[in-house]
Ligand binder design. Sequence first.
Ligand code: DC
Length: 225
Amino acid sequence: MNSNIVIAIDGYSSCGKSTLAKALAKKLHFVYVDSGAMYRAVTLYFIRNQVDIQNPEEVKKALAQIHLNFHSRDYQTHITLNDEEVSDEIREMKVSEQVSAVSALKVVREEMVKQQQRMGSSKNIVMDGRDIGTTVFPDATLKFFMTADPKVRAERRYKEMIANAAKITLEEVFENLAHRDYSDTTRKESPLTRAEDAIVLDNTELTPEEQLQFALDKVKPFLSN
Ligand code: DC
């Protein structure tokens, strides 16, 4: 049995999962893995190379050409796609619009899950995503399921995007989130759902500091001094 600690954080899009995951990893000196960034990088490759996602053979061939790597600098996600840093480009709307369709593909999920399980096999990690507590690490040490009011989520994401000079309206952000929620929760392959043993964290009215404290209190019993 592995003795490393795995903290799984799942939940809806733009609900503060990565903010909490990063803060938790930093505080505990764990490795942080943003699993959504992996689906986004695959999506970016598919867009650039015009991969027909209806064609399973083409998808399989494309997947074999993709090499992803994480470089953690101060707990910010730095992801490379075939040695090119794509951390900013994967957040652009063109990727957000396609990522749900790409992440619904069985072959894509199988490959990502394999890589994610490898990352958590020997190290203490915090991983955020949609299926971490249900599929990737069903035996995770601790699982959180995050949720928040959809309007609040859209406003938070909108502010973030505007700060990064994106040209977008609040309505467009809201629509994109609603679309991804629908697609993530209704897809056939490991849809977003709360693991039975996950702790629900609704952060609509909580500050990042309050969320971190909540999570730390839950983690404490698992830490050896
Ligand atoms: O966390 P995010 O919004 O960056 O994730 C981008 C997309 O990837 C999201 O719409 C759903 C998908 N995703 C997934 O299907 N499974 C994961 N473990 C993480 C993300």
